[in-house]
Design a protein around this ligand. Structure first.
Ligand code: A4P
Ligand code: MG
Length: 315
C-alpha cells in the first residue's frame, strides 16, 4: 500500500516580504508574510535509497515559496496560497499539499496576533476523459488535448490510452460522417468536476470546435466519463457520462489501459463484452497513430535547480 497520505514533509514559517493585499499602501510598502507547507508524498523510496532525487528538496522548496511571496502581488492571500499549492502539485512526487499563509501585519484595526488562510489540494480524484475527433487533423487534435489536459493546474495525466478508429455514431436519420479517432485519458486532479468540464470546453474551443448540431462532426470532443465516485444528474454535467456504458469507442480504449476499471456497478470489461456485435465492428485499434503521453517531469519551481544540482533529469 502506498505510504503517500501518511508520509509528509513539513516546512514551517518561511518568511519573506511581499506586496499582497487590496490596499494601495500594502502594494507600495509591502509587509512580511509567513508560509507553512505540508507535502504528502511517499517517503519510502527516499528512505530506502538515501537518495535526494527520490524526494522533494526542502531547501529548494523553501526558496521557491519565498520567491512566490516576493513575486507577483495578489489581492488575496487565498490566491497566494492557491498558487503555492499549485506549484507543489506540479512535482509528480507530491500527492497532496496543505499551504497556510500568515499575514501577521495585516491592516486590521484592533490588536490581533495573526491572520492566516489554509488551502488543501489533493490529486486523489481520478477522472476519465474521453477524446474524439472526426474533422481536420484528428490525431493532432487528440494529441493537443492530451498536452492541454496535462497543463491544467493541479492535474496530472497518468495514462493515455491507445487510439481507436471508429465509425461515427450519428443521430438516426442524419447523413453519414467521417470516422472518428477516439481515445481516453486517465488523470488525477484537484479541480472540481465543473472546473474540469469548463477547462475541457475551453480546450475544445481552442481546437476550433463548433457546436451547431448535436452529435455533429467535430474537430475535438472531450467528455467527462467519470469523476471519482461522483454522480450527478445535472444536465450540464451528467456523471458518469450516460453514453459511456454503451459506446465501444469509450469502453475499448479505457479497457485497453485499465482492464479492471468499473463504471457504476459493472466492469468495463463486461460492458464491452455485452455490446451487440454491430457496435463493435469497425472499432479498430490504430497503434500507428498512438499518442505521446505527457512527460511526468516536474514543472515545480524547484525542479530545474534540483536536477542541475544533482546532475540528473527529473526525479
Ligand atoms: N454534458 C453533460 N454531461 C457531460 C459530461 N459528463 N461530459 C453536457 C461532457 N459534457 C457533458 O455536449 C452537450 C452538453 O452535454 C454540454 O453542454 C455539456 O455541458 P456537447 O459536447 O456540446 O455536444 P455533443 O458532444 O454533440 O453531445 P453529447 O450528448 O455529449 O454527445 P457525445 O456523447 O459526446 O457523443 N461517434 C464516434 N465513433 N465517436 C465519438 O466520439 N461522439 C459523439 C458525440 C457522437 N458520435 C460519435 C462520437
Ligand atoms: Mg460531448
Amino acid at each position: 500500500m502506498s505510504r503517500a497520505g501518511r508520509d509528509r514533509i513539513e516546512l514551517r514559517g518561511v518568511r519573506a516580504r511581499g506586496r499582497h493585499g487590496v490596499l494601495p499602501a500594502e502594494r507600495e510598502l509591502g509587509q512580511e508574510f509567513r508560509v507553512d507547507v505540508s507535502l504528502e508524498l511517499d517517503l519510502g523510496p527516499a528512505a530506502s535509497t538515501d537518495d535526494l532525487r527520490r524526494t522533494v528538496h526542502y531547501g529548494l522548496l523553501a526558496e521557491a515559496v519565498a520567491a512566490r511571496v516576493a513575486g507577483e502581488p495578489y489581492a488575496l492571500i487565498e490566491a497566494l496560497a492557491g498558487r503555492i499549492a499549485d506549484d507543489c502539485l506540479a512535482d509528480p512526487l507530491v500527492g497532496a499539499v496543505e499551504v497556510t499563509v500568515h499575514k501577521p501585519a495585516a491592516p486590521i484595526a484592533v490588536p490581533f496576533d495573526d491572520v492566516s488562510v489554509r488551502v488543501r489540494r489533493t490529486l486523489r480524484t481520478s477522472a476519465v476523459v474521453a477524446l474524439g475527433a472526426n474533422l481536420g487533423d484528428r490525431r493532432a487534435a487528440l494529441q493537443g488535448a492530451v498536452y492541454a489536459l496535462a497543463a491544467l493546474p493541479s492535474t496530472r495525466v497518468r495514462v493515455v490510452a491507445p487510439v481507436f478508429e471508429t465509425p461515427a455514431l450519428v443521430v438516426p436519420g442524419s447523413g453519414p460522417q467521417p470516422d472518428y479517432l477516439n481515445s481516453v485519458v486517465l488523470l488525477d486532479t484537484a479541480l472540481a468536476p465543473r472546473k474540469l468540464l469548463a477547462a475541457a470546453h475551453e480546450i475544445e474551443a481552442a481546437f476550433g470546435r463548433e457546436r451547431s448540431v448535436r452529435w455533429g462532426a467535430r474537430t475535438l470532443d472531450l467528455d467527462l466519463v467519470v469523476y471519482g465516485e461522483h454522480t450527478s444528474d445535472d444536465p450540464e454535467l451528467l456523471l458518469p457520462h450516460p453514453g459511456a456504458a454503451s459506446r465501444a469507442f469509450v469502453l475499448a480504449p479505457w479497457h485497453a489501459v485499465d482492464p479492471a476499471a468499473r463504471l457504476g456497478d459493472r466492469s468495463v470489461a463486461d460492458l464491452l463484452a455485452a455490446l451487440p456485435e454491430e457496435e463493435r465492428v469497425g472499432v479498430v485499434r490504430r497503434d500507428d497513430l498512438a499518442l505521446v503521453p505527457p512527460k511526468l517531469d516536474s514543472t515545480a519551481p524547484w525542479a530545474e535547480t534540483s536536477s542541475a544540482e544533482t546532475g540528473h533529469a527529473g526525479k
